[in-house]
Write a protein that binds this ligand. Structure first.
Ligand SMILES: NC(=O)c1ccc[n+]([C@@H]2O[C@H](COP(=O)([O-])OP(=O)(O)OC[C@H]3O[C@@H](n4cnc5c(N)ncnc54)[C@H](O)[C@@H]3O)[C@@H](O)[C@H]2O)c1
Length: 430
């Protein structure tokens, strides 16, 4: 099966990427730039139409990059026939939670699609985030429905995605990529493929290990954010400035890593991935993964805590939430991204709306069509919007939210991201 290694080295390989989302599209772009013939397989008709028109819906992929990839031969399709004879298939489809339980139906469906066009000697890599065991216990057997055996007839591996949307310093290319395979030959092919796309590959001993790497990284982040969030609530009670304490602790050159409090965690990873791990742990050993459960509790409570601080602050100014014109700054789940899936800002908005606030919001990253499930008018950030509100709430530290402009025009502010710290303004920091 060394023919695949040769095809990868001289870029003759036909690469197909199943799912053209936040993860799959950047992989497809990079593979096209590396010189492979790339087909993006996407079932969402709106996304497919946009790709075919050269319009990207992923912020880290500008239209110019997509169009250059199209010129280099990239095509988007929803026809399985276009995948026939592929050399490498990467599966990057959603892995949500459904009532707290991993929903692997997208992965199953994608594997069934790949199975229909799988041929001997090809490589299949799963990139979706999932619990240890998925590649070998779920994806492998589905692909073997083709009559071909993983390892013996085709290669199979797992490589977790580490992209950080909106991060200009660490991109897909310069972030080391963990790679694994069901056997040595598979690992060699996975390493060869990603070695063509990124600066550094990090081979690990098994697919389950690579699956665990991703969940370890995200659980680490989830737990540490919960730690500073809980501390922020206690520091407020103690009358200590948590932000100054974090700044000072961050001067320690070893043994400490900086995390900052906020209105909660969102996006497709932190609220979801650790629960994949705790679900698997409970199912295998019957034990609770207490760190994950505690972190979930603390982080899920943060939007309510922010709302309680807002209500208390308004109370000091002899106002109620009801009837107050509140401008929310940032509806995405974090700075620099348009992704508002699981965004804590949406929960804060829901709670404030339920209390009778009159809400508006600014988010320069979110397109005009914003459908969080309730009425929320998005407007341009600037003196006019700030001045028309009774209260401005900073929920996301998007670089466009100029602290000077906020201080100059907002009558009252609750700053949940501490972007106004050290400046003169009327209001409070989380
Ligand atoms: N977004 C991130 O920052 C990030 C980072 C690391 C890992 N991940 C993981 O990567 C995976 C994908 O996440 P995402 O953010 O790209 O999701 P996404 O929803 O943006 O993209 C997934 C795409 O797959 C498509 N799709 C679903 N089923 C399909 C099928 N059977 N065939 C073809 N296309 C199909 C969907 O229409 C969608 O466009 C998830 O497991 C996620 O946890 C995401």
């Amino acid at each position: 099966m060394t023919a695949l290694l040769d095809a990868l080295r001289d870029r003759r390989a036909h690469v197909v990427i199943i799912g053209q989302g936040y993860v799959g599209l950047p992989v497809a772009m990079r593979a096209a730039e590396a010189g492979f013939r790339v087909t993006g397989f996407e079932v969402d008709p709106r996304r497919l139409a946009a790709l075919r028109d050269g319009h990207s819906y992923v912020e880290d992929v500008p239209d110019s990059r997509l169009r250059a990839a199209i010129d280099a031969g990239y095509t988007a399709t929803d026809s399985i026939g276009d995948l026939a004879g592929f050399d490498v298939a990467v599966i990057s489809v959603p892995t949500p939670l459904r009532e707290g339980t991993p929903d692997l139906s997208y992965v199953e469906q994608a594997a069934e699609q790949v199975c229909r066009v799988l041929r001997a000697g090809a490589l299949v890599v799963l990139e979706s985030t999932t619990y240890p065991g998925t590649t070998e216990e779920l994806v492998g057997p589905i692909l073997e429905g083709s009559g071909l055996a993983a390892g013996r007839d085709f290669h199979l591996g797992y490589s977790p995605e580490r992209i950080d949307p909106g991060n200009a310093r660490f991109t897909f290319e310069n972030t080391p990529k963990v790679v694994s395979g069901v056997d040595e030959a598979s690992l060699a092919c996975v390493a060869e493929f990603y070695g063509a796309l990124v600066d550094t590959v990090v081979p690990v001993g098994s697919c389950a290990e690579a699956e665990l790497v991703k969940l370890l990284e995200n659980t680490f982040r989830h737990v540490n954010i919960a730690l500073v969030n809980e501390l922020a609530m206690f520091a407020e009670d103690l009358g200590v400035d948590i932000w100054s304490a974090i700044d000072a602790a961050s001067t320690k050159p070893f043994g400490y890593m900086r995390f900052t409090p906020g209105p909660g965690v969102g996006g497709h990873c932190l609220p979801v991935d650790p629960s994949y791990l705790s679900w698997r742990v409970r199912r295998t050993s019957g034990s609770a993964f207490r760190f994950v459960e505690l972190a979930n509790d603390v982080n899920e409570h943060m939007p309510d805590y922010v709302v309680s601080r807002i209500a208390a602050m308004l109370n000091k100014h002899e106002r109620s939430v009801k009837g107050t014109r509140i401008l929310l700054l940032g509806m995405a789940y974090k700075a620099g991204t348009s992704d508002w899936r699981e965004s804590p800002s949406v929960v804060v908005a829901e709670r404030l709306a339920a209390l009778g606030a009159s809400l508006r919001a600014c988010d320069p990253h979110i397109p005009a069509v914003f459908t969080p499930g309730f009425d929320l008018v998005l407007e341009d950030f600037g003196p006019e919007a700030l001045g028309a509100a009774d209260l401005v709430v900073v929920l996301v530290d998007h670089p466009e939210f100029d602290p000077e402009v906020i201080c100059a025009h907002a009558p009252l502010v609750f700053d949940a991201k501490a972007i106004l710290r050290g400046r003169e303004f009327r209001g409070e920091v989380l």
